[in-house]
Design a protein. Structure first.
Length: 77
């Protein structure tokens, strides 16, 4: 991962800038594939919040991916 550090050092603030979203998503489309396997979506449908909550209950890596999807959804607003 390559990050640059910038910020206001007088106030002790530092902010890592970089492509953290791309670094966080290791296997693109894995959450959608799991949702299709669980028959939550068909084709090109969007994952709803209800679908994400159901995927969170599966636990493990799927839970982490669902939580990240919720976070990224909030960033887009």
């Amino acid at each position: 991962m390559h990050y640059t550090i910038s910020g206001n050092f007088e106030n002790g603030g530092m902010m890592a800038q970089g492509n953290w979203i791309a670094d966080a998503v290791k296997h693109k489309g894995a959450l959608r594939k799991t949702a299709k396997r669980e028959h939550l979506i068909k084709g090109d449908e969007k994952l709803s919040m209800t679908d994400l909550k159901k995927l969170e209950k599966k636990g493990g890596v799927t839970k982490k991916r669902a939580i990240l999807a919720e976070t990224l959804r909030k960033i887009n607003k």
